[in-house]
Design a protein around this ligand. Structure first.
Ligand code: VGL
Ligand code: ZN
Length: 207
């Protein structure tokens, strides 16, 4: 089975949100048109407690974009975003969420960030997504969402390592591009690891 995985299409990642991804609002309409092509649709949701250590605000004197070390892992500091049960953590209003079978929250542990939808950044805990996909008989995963150079990239790389075939829908993703070119480098890393990079029109129902 081929499933669609929608990564972190949440208010805080849209223009005007706390951690805005340029053109992040463009992906929902494309994703809505992809959804009917899939037997199963899953989503991840960045889901942090207010005291999460990925927030610069929780490190006095530090600013977003700086890095710190937490528990032996390098951590980029972000603006406060996707705090549990706040509007910023909600799915983008334009996204059709009814067809989503199951949502996998990530980043709930204060000490550990989680870019991948499968594991936290220290690979200490699984979210349950891999088991869920295997139980459902999913062999190929089609991935879209935000942000291309963080959560989408790490989700795709883990999916490949776990043995799923992966297609990445390039135009249904947008990058943060903290450094210019991050999005392009992320695409190249995913391609090199075995992902097929496709465009939404190759998958969406012909109209
Ligand atoms: C993300 C940075 C911090 C993402 C989440 O969804 O790509 N990026 N938290
Ligand atoms: Zn986050």
């Amino acid at each position: 089975m081929n499933a669609l995985l929608i990564v972190d299409v949440q208010n805080d990642f849209l223009p005007g949100g706390a951690l805005p991804v340029p053109e992040g609002d463009r992906v929902a309409p494309l994703i809505n048109r992809l959804i009917p092509r899939f037997e199963a649709v899953y989503a991840t949701q960045d889901w942090h407690p207010a005291d999460h250590l990925s927030f610069a605000a929780n490190h006095p004197g530090r600013r977003p974009g700086e890095t710190v070390e937490i528990g032996g892992l390098e951590q980029i500091l972000w603006p406060v975003h996707c705090v549990q049960f706040t509007g910023g953590a909600c799915f983008a209003p334009g996204l059709r969420t009814a067809p989503i079978r199951r949502v996998f929250p990530k980043g709930a542990d204060r000490e550990t960030d989680s870019y991948s939808g499968f594991f936290d950044n220290g690979r200490r805990r699984a979210t349950g997504l891999a088991d869920c996909l295997r139980e459902a008989g999913v062999e190929e995963l089609t991935v879209c969402g935000l942000a291309l150079d963080y959560c989408v990239k790490f989700t795709v790389l883990d999916a490949l390592e776990l043995g799923f075939r992966v297609r990445l829908v390039q135009d249904a993703c947008r990058a943060v591009n903290l450094r210019a070119g991050d999005g392009d480098r992320a695409l190249e890393a995913m391609r090199a690891a075995g992902a097929r990079i496709v465009a939404a029109r190759e998958l969406a129902e012909p109209s």
